[in-house]
Ligand binder design. Structure first.
Ligand code: SAM
Length: 391
């Protein structure tokens, strides 16, 4: 038995902590093999373990809630009970300071008479506290997500938010604090407006000698130490010629290729404006030349429709696909098949959508390699690299 966390069993965060890590790995590897067994995979590799199995995540979204007696609590949703919150005293996959961070937030809420948001009645102020953590530099960024208006925050509630900043001064690793507004009725931690309250605008993470800026809204792989292996394995697959990095986030893979395997031009595409702005900043802070890299803020679908006219296409060798969990649209799959790149490197965090998407490619591409990577220990999730080569 492996259990370390006192909330195991009730908390919906980690669900397989009771299994020995080697058994978790074996189960995940078998699960992936089973899903892809109908394909003729030339090289099905062993699962790559996460270098850290505790405190590995760099981002957690903790939600505010209320006990029956009215007491404010903060933590993660209960297993199979999305409407209940487990009041966390620790979180073994996040940062060591979680207990202090949540205690400070709860005390602040109580003493300022703030109520948690209730998503049945849509009333209440406090929604989430998002904790981002740089593993390399041990710096924490907090983003407190509330309902309300910019006017309220900057006028009658100003002192309340100055108060939370003062309270977090006691934690030396908290080096950046943001406040965000989210008035959406759907339950998520996506901010509509963001205000910088304290400290650094960005914190930084180092992945294989490249620095990545972290802001409240940018995408960065959530297990940065394991991501080193993910990026190294992708680099190994890159062949001479141009590369398209579709769904590039804040430039994670593009920057690695530009620095360590600059064998052609690289274009990174992402639909999020913030991701692309930070991707350009990442180029600057790593002194990577704009001669070989371009970042474009666009939907992949729209970008691909325009690609036909570009000279870049005549020397296109590698297409990297790293879409969000729902996978690729029909349109994207059909254009990818038409542009005829020599290699497709598909990075997926959802084996089921990867399986569906591969069916569209196997007429023109053979599946050379599947490499499962355990980016998410103690959870059922798994990352997969799938390498396709043109027939
Ligand atoms: C899994 S992340 C990519 C991570 C990136 N490869 C990395 O290593 O950091 C998926 C990205 O897809 C972007 N995205 C989602 N839908 C999109 C679309 N239709 N077109 C372009 N980008 C999209 C999101 O903004 C997000 O950054």
């Amino acid at each position: 038995m492996n259990i370390l966390c006192s909330h195991f069993g009730k908390c919906g965060g980690c669900q397989t902590q009771n299994l020995d890590y080697n058994i978790q790995l074996l189960e995940k590897e078998n699960f992936v093999r089973e899903i892809f067994k109908e394909f003729n995979v030339e090289d099905f590799q062993k699962i790559i373990p996460s270098p850290d199995i505790w405190y590995y995540r760099n981002k957690m979204e903790f939600v505010f809630g209320k006990e029956k007696n009215g007491e404010i609590i903060a933590g993660l949703r209960e297993k199979n009970k999305f409407y209940k919150v487990v009041d966390l005293k620790e979180c073994r996959i996040s940062v060591d300071e979680v207990s202090e961070i949540l205690e400070i937030a709860k005390k602040w809420a109580k003493e300022n008479n703030l109520q948690p948001y209730d998503f049945f009645t849509h009333k209440g102020k406090l929604r989430y506290i998002v904790v981002k953590h740089s593993k390399t530099y041990n710096e924490i960024m907090l983003n407190v997500i509330v309902t309300g208006t910019k006017y309220q925050i900057q006028n009658n509630e100003k002192e309340i938010f100055e108060d939370i900043v003062k309270r977090y001064n006691s934690l030396s690793s908290v080096s950046s604090i943001y406040l965000s507004i989210n008035n959406n009725v759907s339950d998520n931690a996506i901010p509509q407006e963001i205000f910088h309250l304290y400290g650094k605008k960005y914190i930084k993470e180092d992945i294989n000698g490249i620095e990545y800026l972290i802001s409240p809204t940018i995408f960065l792989q959530t297990n940065p130490r394991c991501c080193k292996d993910l990026y190294r394995l992708i680099l190994d697959e890159i062949i001479e010629g141009n590369t398209l990095d579709l769904y590039c986030g804040s430039g994670g893979i593009t920057l690695q290729i530009a620095k360590y395997k600059p064998v052609g031009k690289i274009i990174g595409i992402d639909a999020s404006k913030e991701n692309i702005e930070v991707a350009f900043e990442n180029l600057k802070i790593n002194s990577i030349s704009l001669d070989i890299v371009e970042f474009i803020n666009e939907n992949v679908e729209n970008f691909l429709l325009k690609l036909w006219k570009s000279k870049f296409l005549s020397n296109l060798s590698n297409v990297i696909l790293d879409p969000p969990r729902p996978g690729l649209s029909k349109k994207v799959k059909s254009i990818i098949n038409e542009i005829n790149a020599n290699k497709i490197i598909y990075v997926s965090c959802n084996p089921k959508t990867l399986y569906e998407d591969l069916k569209s490619f196997i007429k023109f591409y053979k599946i050379k390699k599947i490499i499962p990577i355990d980016m998410f220990p103690h959870t059922p999730h798994i990352e997969i690299i799938c390498v396709l080569e043109h027939r």
